[in-house]
Design a protein around this ligand. Structure first.
Ligand SMILES: [Zn+2]
Length: 60
């Protein structure tokens, strides 16, 4: 069983329903960093029930 969340970065770039989804491991915990397979953006899990993620801005 997996859960997915829409990538905030992909969603911002392409506000369609087809944007990349990030798989959230069933044992993921708040504070974990997950990488979007589509764009490589890193998102931090803030909450797992419901799933809330925060896009980590990449320093350039
Ligand atoms: Zn993405």
């Amino acid at each position: 069983m997996t859960r997915t969340v829409k990538c905030p970065d992909c969603q911002a770039n392409e506000p369609e329903d087809t944007v990349g989804c990030i798989n959230i491991p069933i044992d993921a915990e708040p504070g974990e960093i997950i990488e979007c397979p589509e764009c490589g953006a890193e998102v931090e899990i803030l909450s797992t029930n419901p799933i809330v993620v925060n896009l980590l801005e990449e320093e350039k």
